[in-house]
Write a protein that binds this ligand. Sequence first.
Ligand code: Z57
Length: 806
Amino acid sequence: MTLINKKEFKLEFRNQMDFLYKQTIEEANSEQLLNTLVTVLKCKIDNIWKESRLDKEKEVYYFCIEFLLGRQLESNLLNLGVLEDIKLILKEMDINLEDLVNAEVDPALGNGGLGRLAACFLDSMASLSISGHGYGIRYEYGLFEQKLVNGHQVEVPDNWLKEESYIWETVRPNKASIVKFGGQVDLVEKNGKLKAIHKNYIPVMAVPYDIPIIGYKNEYINTLRLFKSDVPRKDFEPILKESKNSYGSYHDALQYRYYADEISQVLYPNDSNDAGKILRLKQEYFLVSAGIQDIFRKYKKNNRDIGKIYEKISIHINDTHPSLCVPELMRLLMDEEELGWDEAWEITKRVISYTNHTIMAEAMERWNIQMIKELLPRIYMIIEEINKRYIRKLNNKYGNDFDKIGTMAVISADNVNMANLSIIGSHSVNGVAKLHTEILKKEVLKNFYEDEPFKFNNKTNGIAHRRWLMLSNPRLSKLINELIGESWQKDTLELKSLEKYQDDSRVLQELELIKQENKRNLSKIITQKNEININENSIFDVQIKRLHAYKRQLMNALHILHMYHELLDNPNLNMEPRTFIFGAKAAPGYYFAKCVIKLINELAQKINNDVRVKDKLRVVFLENYGVSLAEKIIPATNVSEQISTTTKEASGTSNMKFMMNGAITIATLDGANIEIHDQIGDENMVLFGLKANQVLEYSKFGGYSSADLYSNNFYIKRVVDDLVNGFIPNILEEGREIYNSLITYNDEFFVLRDFENYIEAQKKINDLYMDKNHWNKMALINIANSGIFSSDRTIKEYANEIWYKR
Ligand code: Z57
């Protein structure tokens, strides 16, 4: 790419530095250097990066309440094809690129898997030259920063913008729109048709902030458009007149400002758990209404016939958070564009597609009808009408099967069921891994599947291999290049040809060396952060993900406790030294999850200070886990813990990142672990635990008693008792809470049921690691078969089978 001319670049860099800071390079700090570099780069990409116009091929709009982008500098340089050039040029100017990379904020505008998936998808859409753009919210505060104080999680606000702007964003004030809240709706007759007049509403301005999403070496740039809420400017005067906000008093004006500001103030810190708060509903409608109005504005610049909008756009709703897209699209088509119900409904279904990300009941959004009615009166009317017509249809088809109709209705028991609304209002419903989609079809959404089987499909998740291999593991990336050339970077299935080196001891040695160097790097970080030395030759055994009961960090902790006992009982135990590494944030209101964090930290404290096991066992809990830390941990991992209760983890995506970086997976047959197993078989990963049908049977028919297991099994009893007998200090309350969940409340997530099997699996990991050559071979086979988990593959499937399907 001819983006960078050395002499020109240096000149531009100095000029820009002078313009921004009136400083020389030598005087500037890392932030200033970073800002200068990014400003120069933004100028360079400006002519490729134009607002999408909807005058060419179909465009995809990916609506998501969160985007977990990670730092952008290195990724953008890589994708522009100038990473090495810039590194060198900066070096000539005595600037270390790494310092600038680390000076960038990591925007934490997401909680976990869902938000990170959205970011990987953006990367893939751009890299495949698919015109696909993200719509989200520009939260003033991202996910809280986690501090550990005496082993407890403490949340600190993530003030990532620091009253400034984000270096990669460009604000577009002239493309702002108005989102209307509250008020009343009158239906008045006009030309023989009923027209909805919305009055006395509160207008909130949605201001777009655009972030470029740069494709990999293809001169293609999409946009992530994030909306910030604000009070309307003067040019919205006519709208201000219809509303009740003509600023009565000073007090009213302040209140109004607060009302508007609050909407994009902070990301809700729940992952797979529905908080059900009115402010969240405001955020959801704000995103949806701003986004669809924006689409209409662009569409109408180049197209006359709104009735053909489905030919030019696809709207994808990522989970149900943007599911108000369904009634909002209906509203705009009917109230603004004057289409009739039937035509508007057909268009809506053709435009919208929906991804479900969980089967967990507590994550299913249900909004109280009173709440929707008051906040969104016109939207509520439309939802009621959708429901009415749908129930009529079901009645015709199934008679008065009230059970069935009750589960399928949009409105039931005073709530709007957002999943049902999304399914009914779209032409495609997909799960995120094979098992997950099967459970949707056969269990959770059974009635919908039987009614409209053609809507349902699977799209197994993927990860951006550019970030998760090429950037985060440059050593491995380089080795792969040397062995099989570079074509795998554009087509990851090519990684398969690495298999021919599976018995090449030089290659396997090389692989081990790379892992070793990555482990050394991580060790340094751990020592810095946790003031503890770890054995670089130990097995790095890692579980990094949100803290959730179903993900069973608890089972991991209990197993560590078990190992500790085994070691104390038998100091000569034949075992490979192990370092267990955790990273996890708990939702601030999730008490059980916080108890587990405390448990792990106290366990770490005890074990790490016990000289008897010093060389064999270490436990590390890394504070403030997020994308940037993951990039350091994953390349250094030997063992990937994917141990959720079978059926509960819809897909998981860290499982894929670990595999691609040559870790060996210990796993239940849950989520995408199944697809991983399909690729590499029993010989190259370690499986354990209940199968999906067993878990489903237990939940349907009962028959599990954790108390029985506890009283009859020495090993289980030993570790469970330790929770409450003082063996681990400072967990009086937390230990009791966890004990109760396991014994009194019958261990909802089958931790004890899978425990013995898990111990065996861990033993197997230990034995496998003892044969280093064999371990390396397994690692190589994992890498070689990870290509299918590039999100490029996933996005091609979405494009062919959902978005562009006619
Ligand atoms: C979230 O991160 C996920 C599901 C949700 O319903 C919400 Br809310 C947040 C996760 C799943 O738990 C993972 O299994 C999955 O890999 C990820 O979404 C991406 O699909």
